[in-house]
Ligand binder design. Structure first.
Ligand SMILES: C[S@@+](CC[C@H](N)C(=O)[O-])C[C@H]1O[C@@H](n2cnc3c(N)ncnc32)[C@H](O)[C@@H]1O
Length: 216
């Protein structure tokens, strides 16, 4: 892909996400999850489960900030305190996230995680591989290790369609159609140190969040 095509790909991604999420009022639907809130809990709590100690947490693709708000609560229930940060392509979503978590308004950034460099590093960073075109996935993970993660930091690679029959469904053209996240990470040369799963009994969907450790 040329530089210009990559820029167009992200511009298209931003407008697809904005038009899909802003037609809803429920906070989880404004974060891209259809259905009732119990589906959201089943399929997103594994992100919080991957955080096993207190520390800073950046949600890449934070949308309206609802996952951060929930992770604060889910982690607090286990005695874990997180300092939440968010990054999104969309200025509109970052504004919603700042309104949702006004006490952390200066913890939200607008940028494209493929090339944006944060002003600090984090103990935990969550992302999905579909946020970048397929050919950029390896470069993307290495960029996050280099610029986003503290020494000993953990990269949480969420896959919200784990084991799906048709992995091309629901992703942008040009993203890699991943069926199993551990297989895809192995293809790219990464070996996770663990993972957390979630299962939605309503639609039979599965989430797997793979945990990668920053190389020493
Ligand atoms: C499915 S929502 C994720 C919401 C929430 N973080 C979660 O995990 O449920 C995806 C979000 O990622 C953002 N996004 C996609 N690609 C991105 C990129 N390269 N850099 C920053 N944000 C991106 C979109 O604008 C959208 O708000």
């Amino acid at each position: 892909m040329s530089q210009q095509s990559v820029a167009q790909w992200f511009e298209h991604a931003r407008s697809v996400f904005e038009s899909a999420y802003t037609q809803h009022s429920e906070p989880w639907k404004q974060s891209g999850m259809s259905g009732p809130e119990e589906r959201w809990v089943a399929l997103r709590k594994p992100v919080a489960d991957c955080m096993t100690r207190s520390g800073s947490f950046l949600d890449i693709g934070c949308a309206n900030g609802y996952l951060l708000e929930c992770c604060l609560r889910w982690c607090a229930e286990r005695g874990i305190s997180i300092d939440p940060y968010g990054l999104d392509l969309s200025p509109q979503f970052v504004e919603l996230a700042r309104q949702r978590l006004p006490q952390f308004a200066d913890h939200f950034f607008i940028g494209n995680s493929l090339n944006w460099i944060p002003p600090r590093k984090f103990d935990f960073v969550r992302t999905e591989l579909v946020y970048v075109p397929a050919d950029y996935e390896k470069q993307y993970i290495n960029h996050l290790f280099e610029h986003y993660l503290e020494h000993n930091g953990k990269l949480l690679v969420a896959h919200y369609q784990e084991g799906t029959a048709d992995p091309t469904k629901g992703i942008l053209a040009g993203s890699h159609p991943t069926r199993y996240i551990l297989d895809r990470l192995a293809e790219l040369g990464f070996q996770p140190v663990g993972y957390c799963d979630g299962y939605d009994t309503l639609k039979g969907r599965k989430t797997r969040v793979a945990v990668l450790e920053k190389p020493g």
